[in-house]
Design a binder for this molecule. Structure first.
Ligand code: 1GP
Length: 255
């Protein structure tokens, strides 16, 4: 366990205008060799966190992946981003306890949470209650299919804003705006601006971010945390530029 204060550090960073960059690792998609390279590059680029998860983890690599990351980059906290209730491992530091607030599937709003609560209560993981909002990214996603929910239309900033406000009022601690893995269109800057302007909790943004320019535009629009998965799986060397783009605002705000 490297960090038991993930949420405290996220809130502090938000207050100070320090932006965080996350590499999402889907244990199903990376070979162990690629994984090692990705972790080394992430450590060099001062990536802030790893999110570990996928909609379906079918190859039983979750524990192996966590073990590998811990051995190569022990200082970067590992946060589970579970696609379902089975994606649990005590090797991680924290867990996004996701409530799919953009959808109307009661199981994913509260049902699965009731089932997993006693296990999580006993676990050493830091639990991070997260309002998860799926936004239309221009193509059907696994999450949308599996969850049997429709995403928020990409141009409906008002729906996103009210959903995030309600999530915060319900006591959720983080908002995650996600266009879905490999989205054709990432979440728009205007939606990010609206959501972050209407809430005071940290806002995580991911899905379809392929360039450092878009990562930078997102933090300028108000994202506190930027998550990239697919683009880095395809080209791990992107990590450096992506992290630098997100962190570039940090030095500006420190001056
Ligand atoms: C998906 O937000 C993540 O849930 C990351 O998406 O893989 O498209 O970067 P990408």
């Amino acid at each position: 366990m490297t960090d038991k204060h993930i949420y405290t550090s996220l809130v502090k960073a938000k207050k100070e205008g320090q932006k965080k960059f996350v590499v999402l690792v889907d244990p199903d998609k990376l070979s162990l060799r690629n994984l090692e390279k990705t972790i080394e590059l992430a450590a060099e680029a001062s990536v802030d966190y790893f999110f570990i998860g996928g909609s379906l983890i079918v190859n039983n690599m979750l524990d192996e992946t966590l073990k590998k990351i811990k051995s190569v980059a022990p200082k970067i906290p590992l946060i589970l981003f579970p696609g379902n209730a089975f994606q649990l491992s005590y090797r991680a530091d924290g867990l996004l306890f996701l409530s799919l607030i953009s959808g109307r599937n009661a199981e994913l709003l509260i049902g699965k949470h009731v089932i997993t609560a006693p296990y999580l209560k006993m676990s050493p993981l830091e639990i991070l209650p997260t309002g998860y909002m799926l936004v239309d990214g221009g193509k059907a996603t696994t999450v949308s299919y599996i969850s049997n929910t429709s995403p928020i239309p990409a141009n409906k900033d008002d729906i996103a804003l009210c959903t995030a406000m309600a999530g915060e009022m319900l006591g959720l601690k983080l908002i995650y705006l996600d266009a879905g893995s490999g989205a054709l269109n990432p979440v728009s800057e205007s939606m990010i601006e609206n959501v972050s302007g209407a809430t005071s909790i940290p806002v995580i943004v991911g899905g379809g971010i392929r360039t450092p320019e878009k990562a930078l535009a997102n933090v300028k629009a108000g994202a506190d945390v930027v998550v990239v998965g697919n683009a880095i799986e395809k080209d791990p060397t992107l990590i450096k530029e992506m992290a630098a783009a997100v962190h570039s605002l940090n030095s500006v705000s420190k001056v």
